[in-house]
Design a protein around this ligand. Structure first.
Ligand SMILES: Cc1cc2nc3c(=O)[nH]c(=O)nc-3n(C[C@H](O)[C@H](O)[C@H](O)COP(=O)(O)OP(=O)(O)OC[C@H]3O[C@@H](n4cnc5c(N)ncnc54)[C@H](O)[C@@H]3O)c2cc1C
Length: 389
């Protein structure tokens, strides 16, 4: 049976491992960090609304097409994961209220409306006088004039990332995937254009061999690629989240402010996530008092203070970004059995099932079921293996 070694047990690594194991490969996942330290665990778990129907208009960009495919796969995966593991990943259509609270967020909302129109995403502008009927929790913010415009999108979806990760891991185990946890990959040995083995800091298994190797190391992928002499930039973008609690159902929908960089995500059990930040802080994944205070003030500006207690928790993690904002998926240049899947930035949870399918197609030598040429690693690589600028 051919085997594959995957570096990274975030949502991308686990999804690919699950897909490959489902196709009969023997899979080993090597990872360094506990789940709570990962972007995949820290994520809000919002999936932007997609249009109804089976396809997008031809004007859709490659990323919009890929997102649409992945969105559809998520419903299937959630059902399979529940059947295989008994874990409910919390996938549900919760809807969102996209609001503008300033000139900038009003412009962002107008741009989004043009995109929703182009793609056929269902959206309905709500007059501010009707907003309190639609979402009673924001009545005070409407009365105070904080919310200037609002658009209702019934098809936004949310998932609970920690549960989704737990379900993926349980499904992988069920399918025979082997896990080497708390192990750091420290070297990649190559010969004749192939990766021969991994070197690790695990003294019990310092060397690991496999037929295929796939790097899914999130924001740290660039560091591993330099071990192969490749320079494909993936930089970390820190995001922080504040966890509050309200009465279950107090806030009915997700609230996205402007382009959705700031948001409130209500969970059915009353947990309320207030996010987020997009910070260039290198590999520092700690929270900062300045940003947590800003998020607390954001919450106070939208919901009545009496409706939530003191913060329950806060966390930060590093999103894997790329210079053009697109994921990097495919074969590593010049390495016959080396693969890369990273750079999913703000959408790794959403894009994970489609990523798993096309990566498994490639690793198994099958034609890709979905288009992903636009995300090839070559686009970020200069001919000499160095960055083009
Ligand atoms: C605050 C926040 C909110 C977000 N909200 C959303 C959202 O609502 N919707 C959405 O779709 N996405 C969201 N994202 C983005 C999403 O979380 C990421 O795109 C996704 O989690 C990236 O997954 P990954 O598996 O590539 O990386 P990670 O989850 O970072 O996993 C990387 C893995 O690589 C391993 N690794 C790294 N280096 C080594 C090494 N040397 N040796 C061994 N293992 C190594 C790590 O241990 C880890 O297992 C959010 C992210 C953040 C931070």
């Amino acid at each position: 049976m051919p085997n594959c070694c995957i570096i990274g047990s975030g949502v991308i690594g686990l999804s690919i491992a699950r897909e490959l194991a489902g196709r009969g490969l023997s899979v080993t996942v090597v990872s360094r960090d506990p789940p709570q330290a990962l972007a995949s665990w820290a994520a809000g778990g919002i999936f932007p609304a997609q249009p109804p129907g089976d396809s997008l208009p031809p004007t859709a960009t490659p990323l919009e097409q890929f997102t649409f495919v992945s969105d559809r796969l998520h419903s299937e995966w959630a059902r399979q994961l529940r059947d295989e593991t008994g874990i409910d990943t919390g996938l549900r259509r919760c809807g969102t209220l996209a609001i503008a609270t300033s000139d900038d967020t009003s412009e962002e909302l107008s741009a989004d409306m043009r995109r929703w129109q182009r793609l056929g995403v269902r959206h309905q502008p709500i007059a501010t006088k009707d907003l309190a009927d639609c979402e009673p929790a924001v009545a005070a913010a409407v009365a105070a004039g904080t919310i200037r415009e609002a658009v209702l999108l019934p098809d936004e979806v949310q998932i609970r990332p920690p549960r989704h990760l737990a379900a993926l891991r349980a499904s992988c185990q069920h399918r025979g995937v082997e896990f080497l946890d708390a192990v750091s990959v420290t070297g990649l040995q190559t010969a004749n254009g192939r990766i021969e083995a991994l070197a690790t800091d695990d003294s019990t298994r310092p060397i690991l061999t496999a037929d295929q190797f796939c790097i899914t190391a999130g924001a740290w992928s660039e560091k591993l690629l330099t071990l192969l002499g490749l320079h494909i930039p993936t930089r970390p973008w820190r995001g922080q989240i504040l966890l509050q609690r309200t009465a279950p159902g107090f806030l009915r929908r997700v609230i996205n402010i402007g382009a959705g960089f700031d948001y409130l995500i209500p969970r059915p059990d009353g947990r309320l996530l207030v996010g987020s930040t997009i910070e260039d802080a290198g590999f520092d994944a700690s929270t900062t008092q300045t940003e947590l205070t800003r998020l607390a003030l954001l919450l106070q500006s939208l919901l009545p203070k009496v409706s939530f207690g003191p913060p329950e928790a806060s966390w930060a993690a590093l999103r894997p970004g790329t210079p053009d904002g697109l994921p990097v998926l495919g074969q590593l240049p010049g390495i016959a059995n080396g693969w890369l899947a990273t750079g999913h930035y703000r959408a790794g949870l959403h894009l994970s099932p489609a990523t798993a399918v096309v990566m498994a197609d490639s690793i198994c030598g099958e034609p890709a079921r979905h288009a992903f040429e636009a995300f090839s690693p070559e686009r970020l690589l200069a001919p000499d293996g160095l960055l083009p600028h």
